[in-house]
Unconditional design. Structure first.
Length: 175
């Protein structure tokens, strides 16, 4: 999220995209303060104790107050309800730290490390009703050769994610 915002302010997304809101379901999310410090509106709706559809209805209501083209997921770890996905069909984009044809869900870097993979792929995809099963927009390989620790795998992957996501978003936004 931070990398994308910075790219909209001084990088490849400048004059291409303008973030209108950073949203989270956690009141103490680190990204909230980062977004505020970067001059972006923020909002929080707590999810605890709410059913997914009830929570997502509240989010849809909140988002109805904003004018935007896409919802960009970056560090958002909730599964979205079918209603939410249908409301914003083909307008929700996510990044996943694995080839979504091989691994969906959590702990993708751990999966790559445990399987001693020589490479993994970062996947940018549209969100559908499944978990990391939406139409793949594009992928980029991450070289894992010689990575001795999970931390090293994560570091290599995140370095690619931070640059790659903004590059892909620029392509989408300028079509």
């Amino acid at each position: 999220m931070e990398a994308i915002i910075k790219e909209t302010q001084n990088g490849i997304l400048k004059d291409v995209a303008e973030p209108v809101l950073v949203f989270t379901d956690k009141k103490d999310a680190k990204g909230l303060q980062i977004a505020k410090d970067l001059g972006i509106n923020t909002a929080t709706i707590l999810a605890k104790g709410k059913k997914r559809q009830e929570f997502d209805n509240e989010v849809v209501e909140l988002l109805s107050n904003y004018d935007f083209d896409y919802i960009i997921l970056a560090g958002y770890m909730r599964i979205l309800s079918d209603l939410f996905v249908r409301t914003y069909k083909d307008r929700i984009i996510n990044i996943h730290p694995a080839d979504t044809n091989l691994h969906q869900g959590l702990h993708a870097y751990e999966w790559a490390f445990k399987n001693k993979m020589q490479a993994t792929k970062i996947t940018v995809h549209y969100v559908n009703e499944g978990v990391d099963t939406g139409k793949i927009i594009t992928q980029k390989e991450v070289d894992l050769k010689g990575a001795k620790t999970l931390e090293e795998v994560e570091k290599r992957g995140l370095a690619v994610e931070h640059q790659f996501y903004s590059e892909v978003l620029k392509e989408i936004f300028t079509k």
